[in-house]
Design a protein. Structure first.
Length: 273
């Protein structure tokens, strides 16, 4: 989900352009193949993109896609747990080769990492409650109020949107989605802004809460797989694999397996990828 801290991303891009303090060198494609191991960063606190299964292993949509990528590349998959704020730093420090976890394509991120072609789409919405909020929230503009208490996961879509559109709101940043949903359910926060695909499933874990998603879609995003800046050989192979997954409808089938419904906006089949 977009983006982490804009200032830090731009600062890192400027540092890289100046040739100083470059991130750790990524493993090139030939090392991934020779080691027969692909390290994929996945966030397990973002169901159903990433979640822990009954064996306490990371599973979900992203894990299934990563497994299929590794299978088609004829390598073993190593899943590395990441959180939303960790995704880009883990790439830059060469702790992972690729990152999933709903990493939305943004200009700020494109300055410091490389993206594959789109894997899926997301739609940003406002999650609130029909009762129990500091003030009634009927439309996105209602968030721009000093009485409104927002809660957001660090490094996700809601943070820059609130900075631009609801600067008067009180904003608390937390490290994961379960803590945000608890704050909302317990009445310690009134609303959050995030992509619908990341909030629909977790809402079900809090029965009896009068959840409400506003009808207006704030924005739609393309989500790709991230690789370290300049790791073009790996990115190019991933693009070919993703093309095949889209061509054979594997992405949509995996999506429906985990979400129970088709993707809201499907990725168009494009033979130019």
């Amino acid at each position: 989900m977009p983006p982490t801290d804009r200032r830090s991303l731009f600062a890192l891009a400027a540092t890289m352009a100046a040739g100083a303090a470059l991130p750790a060198q990524a493993r090139p494609l030939d090392q991934v193949l020779s080691s027969r191991r692909l390290r994929a960063g996945i966030n397990p606190t973002l169901p159903p993109f990433g979640t822990f299964n009954e064996r306490n292993q990371i599973d979900g949509f992203d894990a299934d896609i990563a497994r299929e990528i590794a299978r088609r590349m004829n390598v073993e998959l190593e899943i590395v747990q990441v959180g939303s704020p960790d995704r880009i730093p883990f790439l830059q420090s060469d702790r992972i080769d690729i990152v999933l976890g709903a990493i939305t394509r943004t200009i700020e991120r494109a300055l410091v990492i490389d993206y594959t072609q789109p894997l899926h789409t997301q739609s940003m919405v406002v999650l609130t409650k029909s009762s129990g909020t500091a003030v009634p929230i009927e439309k996105p503009a209602d968030l721009n109020n000093r009485q409104v208490r927002m809660v957001q996961v660090r490094g996700t879509v809601g943070v820059p949107w609130l900075q631009a559109n609801a600067a008067q709101a009180q904003v608390t940043l937390l490290d994961n989605y379960p803590d945000c949903f608890r704050a909302l359910a317990q009445g310690r926060a009134d609303a959050m802004v995030d992509v619908a695909e990341s909030i629909v499933i977790p809402m079900r874990n809090f029965q009896g809460v009068p959840w409400k998603i506003l009808d207006e879609v704030l924005a739609s995003f393309w989500v790709g797989i991230g690789v370290q800046k300049g790791n073009t050989a790996l990115r190019d192979v991933l693009n070919v694999v993703l093309f095949e997954l889209h061509r054979t409808n594997s992405v949509n089938q995996t999506w429906e397996k985990w979400f129970g419904v088709p993707m809201t906006t499907r990725i168009p089949f494009n033979p130019m990828f």
